[in-house]
Design a protein around this ligand. Structure first.
Ligand SMILES: [Zn+2]
Length: 234
């Protein structure tokens, strides 16, 4: 039976803390808007979300001054929406994907005290830069790697599916990099790209909670019987 939002059993999404729910919802909103599914949220230490944003790399310029540009990353848009004079040392930035070098610099410039990311980016992740020089080290940013393998896999698979469909040039490099850290997610993302599941959910405006319940149910059922060949056929 094809899973539907009615038959899917609520699971992973409901277990997330509020900042993670907002960040993942932002990623799904980006997906529905036709750009890359990467979301971010800024919260105080009690978990109260004060700002959020999502990737607009492939969005129409009319939606935001940065939209369509190479700097339209979720973290930049989130931090850019906050008016502050003092460093954001008491705030936590949540991102569905490891921030890139550009965003690592923005996080340092804003003085964010802690960064949590839900999926690794072995190709373009920039969190190592916080050890690169005295200025970055002086930010004393507490960096928290992914805490849920399932969430990481679903986010990588979703991003992989979108890259294959929206930006196929160069996606082979991403597949090769992610295969080293999460081969199951890569296989699942390739399977999603062939099957049209994400396009169908986008068309029907399926909410984030139901979308992730469907992905969670599909993951493991369909993908693991196949083997991954990095870059093959793309
Ligand atoms: Zn970035």
């Amino acid at each position: 039976m094809e899973p539907t939002e009615q038959s899917a059993v609520p699971g992973l999404f409901q277990t997330l803390s509020e900042p993670w729910k907002v960040a993942v919802q932002q990623a799904w909103q980006a997906c529905r808007a036709g750009t890359l599914p990467i979301g971010s949220a800024l919260a105080d230490r009690s978990g109260r979300v004060v700002a959020c944003g999502h990737n607009l790399r492939l969005a129409d310029h009319a939606t935001h001054p940065f939209a369509g540009s190479s700097v339209a990353h979720a973290e930049i848009l989130t931090l850019g929406s906050v008016k502050h004079k003092a460093a954001l040392q008491d705030f936590v930035l949540y991102s569905t994907l490891e921030p890139c070098p550009m965003c690592a610099g923005a996080i340092r410039m804003a003085g964010v005290g802690r960064v949590c990311f839900a999926s690794r980016d072995p190709l373009a992740g920039g969190m190592d830069l916080f050890r690169s020089n005295k200025y970055m080290q002086a930010g004393r940013c507490d960096i928290q790697p992914p805490g849920s393998r399932l969430l990481e896999d679903l986010l990588i698979a979703l991003l992989m599916e979108r890259l294959i469909n929206l930006a196929p040039d160069g996606v082979g490099r991403s597949i090769g990099a992610w295969s080293a850290v999460s081969p199951g997610a890569v296989v699942f993302g390739q399977w999603l790209a062939r099957g049209g599941v994400i396009e169908d959910m986008r068309r029907r405006n399926v909410p984030v909670e139901a979308s992730f319940a469907i992905l969670e149910k599909l993951y493991g059922n369909e993908s693991r019987a196949e083997s991954v060949v990095p870059g093959a056929g793309l």
